[in-house]
Design a protein around this ligand. Structure first.
Ligand SMILES: Cc1cc2nc3c(=O)[nH]c(=O)nc-3n(C[C@H](O)[C@H](O)[C@H](O)COP(=O)(O)O)c2cc1C
Length: 240
């Protein structure tokens, strides 16, 4: 199995999202998958201009000439795409949104119906079932902030031949970047590793692992008090 992970954090390897992504990929590799990570912050990806050249004049080929050409080819080859993005204003980052918009050449312009839904069919029918895994974290404690993000990916992967294989959605994500907190959240990172192994072996995150991944890292009050104390110290230091 070939897994392509796309990290949409502007903080790339140094971000909190990466702390969830790496154990997931380790689990997948341990189960025999081949993995690759693309850091979108290091890529040149123009905004989609909505010209539809990729649907009309040059089917499957975008008018822009940039790093997206190479990334579309990688997406075509991948069995699983992992979308790893921090939550920015309740959705994906701008980097990730550009990557998603610029994936339009992989779809055809026609609108087809499947069940009660309409969608654009895939351009390349040689592809097997395409799976996606969503990995995200956010600054607020709790999971209700991810609802818009999850809905986007449910829509995106509900068309025939596409499947959402699971989601890792971690509130109180600042915890992920604090080395001293590691020992208290290792159980969560272990579950990320289990999730990667399961996707590589069975094609989906198991219900049992998914239920662990839905537990909170820390009680909300402790988290918020510490976060606010951090900002008190930081802002006090700046005014001296
Ligand atoms: C522009 C911006 C928007 C954000 N929007 C949200 C948000 O809507 N909800 C939330 O809980 N956290 C929000 N955050 C916090 C990030 O999700 C959080 O810091 C996360 O850990 C960053 O992950 P990263 O280190 O991988 O970039 C936002 C941060 C930034 C910079």
């Amino acid at each position: 199995m070939n897994i392509l992970a796309v990290n949409g954090s502007p903080r790339g390897k140094h971000g909190n999202t990466e702390q969830l992504l790496q154990p997931f990929l380790k689990g997948a590799r341990d189960a025999g998958a081949e993995t690759e990570v693309i850091y979108l912050k290091d890529k040149k990806i123009e905004h989609c201009t909505g010209c539809y050249t990729c649907w009309g004049k040059t089917p499957g080929v975008c008018a822009h000439r940039d790093d997206m050409e190479e990334l579309l080819e990688k997406r075509r080859q991948a069995d699983v795409t992992v979308y790893a993005t921090p939550l920015y204003v309740y959705t994906v980052t701008g980097l990730m949104k550009d990557f998603m918009d610029r994936s339009l050449p992989l779809a055809q312009p026609y609108i087809t119906k499947s069940g009660d839904r309409y969608a654009h069919p895939r351009r390349y029918e040689d592809q097997k079932i395409k799976k996606a895994v969503l990995i995200s974290n956010c600054g607020f404690p709790g999971r209700q902030y991810f609802t818009g993000l999850v809905e986007t990916f449910r829509n995106l992967y509900s068309k025939p031949g596409n499947e959402l294989a699971g989601a890792i959605l971690c509130g109180a994500g600042i915890m992920l970047g604090i080395p001293e907190a590691r020992q208290y959240i290792q159980w969560y990172l272990d579950a990320c590793e289990d999730a990667g192994r399961e996707v590589a072996q069975a094609g989906a995150i198991s219900e049992q692992t998914q239920s662990v991944l839905e537990r909170e890292l820390i009680d909300f009050e402790t988290y918020v008090n510490n976060a606010n104390a951090y900002w008190d110290r930081t802002l006090a230091g700046q005014s001296q």
